[in-house]
Design a binder for this molecule. Sequence first.
Ligand SMILES: C[S@@+](CC[C@H](N)C(=O)[O-])C[C@H]1O[C@@H](n2cnc3c(N)ncnc32)[C@H](O)[C@@H]1O
Length: 259
Amino acid sequence: MEQIERGWDDFWAEVLRVRYRNTLQGIEQYDKMVADFCIEVLHLHSGSKLLDIASGAGDQSIEFAKRGITVTGFDLARSLVTVAQERARQEAVAVNFYQGDMRDMSYNQRFDAAVMLSHSFGFFNHEENKRVLRESHEALVDGGSLLLDLMNPYNLPVFQRTWTKIEGGYLLSEPHVFDAPAGVLRGRSPTFIDVERGVVVLASQDALANSDIRMYTAPEIRSLLEQVGFTKVELYGQNKLPRMPYTVKSDRLVAIATR
Ligand SMILES: C[S@@+](CC[C@H](N)C(=O)[O-])C[C@H]1O[C@@H](n2cnc3c(N)ncnc32)[C@H](O)[C@@H]1O
């Protein structure tokens, strides 16, 4: 079979964030639970202004909007922004989706709260990761809060090599590898067997650009948040209700920082 390489925005974003995500059992229920949690811990109410950073295909943005929250979704992939806009239209909710880089959001005290869900923090080197937090801080009104929903570095999921049948073909996911000396969870190229076109699709360098994730411990996250100006940081061990304390065995490391 012919092998080709494709980029994140022109191929993989839609394959992974839409087609693969659609195969995950209970994913809609999961999004609802995450939204319930965010609404409670961030004290959101109808009319609150929320920024969803790295909003992907808009799954959670749309869930928030259905509850009366005024949502702005922001993602690097133009293809996902287009999918998200179309979904919002179909669901008859108003969400502003924008394409852009989280390192350069340039929102000035516009939002009551911001979220980064499904571990969308740590894609860059240390200084650039800090810049993302600074941009997020800038985007919030005084008293506003940022929620980071992260994997727990002490209790990472067991990543496995898996084949999944998705729309149009078969996806081979390779397990992430934790590079302990660097503190980086390294992603590896997925493979898609496109049965309709009869080609094997691999990820190009561009598609792999954000597949490494710098894993921060709780004190490191707290310190970064404080360095960019957040005054209060709370930690939780799961991204659903009830609120659970963060421990070494927690499923998630959720940090909520208040400006
Ligand atoms: C793990 S996904 C999370 C998507 C969504 N929040 C969810 O939970 O389904 C990470 C997202 O970050 C986006 N992304 C990657 N780099 C980015 C950047 N520099 N600025 C904004 N978004 C970025 C990707 O396009 C992708 O949609």
